[in-house]
Design a protein around this ligand. Structure first.
Ligand code: IMP
Ligand code: MG
Length: 187
């Protein structure tokens, strides 16, 4: 069968990280985590939906016994967001008390979402709680998040691909890139 060219490519202005660069970093993070948790069975926790592709690739590079679970949060207004308000619409299925937890996130931007969720998880008394983030956007950080495992720094630009969306599109791109300006403003 002949290959179908992805029509979404026409909306991309610039590739920031290629699929190969992303896979290399994900493998590196997976090896580091597998080494650090070799005698433990960590639970990897992610927030839907942005993290689902990173989580899938990260878990396949993890070579130790582990479990995975997801939270879902509602889309919130910019006002609520600036207050650090996050509403859980799906809680974890697994109890995390006395467990080693690795919180996996696609992007840390302001840090507000993660700060709220880390506090929420900490109240459940895990044995340990560490953060693994693929993309860090330092420019807008309002709350410092200590991430033990960190992939790439991103410029202060809105990016799509590798799970990250604009109006629920572009998640299936295997790279991360900038959208053309006319696509950011259209819905
Ligand atoms: P914050 O750290 O609370 O500001 O929010 C981080 C969340 O915003 C991430 O988990 C993403 O879902 C989303 N996000 C931040 N920057 C981008 C981007 O450039 N593209 C797509 N989603 C983004
Ligand atoms: Mg996210």
């Amino acid at each position: 069968m002949s290959e179908i060219k992805n029509p979404l490519m026409a909306d991309i202005k610039e590739v920031i990280f290629t699929a190969e660069q992303i896979q290399e970093k994900v493998d590196f993070l997976g090896k580091q985590i597998s080494f650090d948790y070799q005698d433990k069975t960590p639970i990897f926790i992610g927030i839907l939906k942005g993290v689902f592709i990173f989580m899938a690739d990260l878990l396949r590079s993890i070579t130790i016994d582990c479990q995975v679970d997801f939270l879902a949060i509602s889309n919130y207004s910019s006002h609520a967001r600036s207050q650090g308000e996050v509403r859980l619409v799906k809680d974890l299925d697994l109890p995390i008390r006395d467990r080693h937890v690795v919180f996996v996130e696609d992007v840390i931007d302001t840090g507000l979402t993660l700060n709220y969720l880390l506090k929420n998880l900490q109240e459940r008394k895990p044995k340990s709680l560490e953060v693994c983030v693929l993309f860090n956007k330092p420019a807008h950080r309002l709350i410092e998040i200590p991430a033990r495992y960190c992939g790439y720094d991103l410029p202060d630009r809105f990016v799509v691909g590798y799970g990250l969306d604009h109006n629920e599109k572009y998640r299936n791109l295997d790279f991360v890139g900038l959208l053309k300006a006319e696509k950011i403003h259209s819905s």
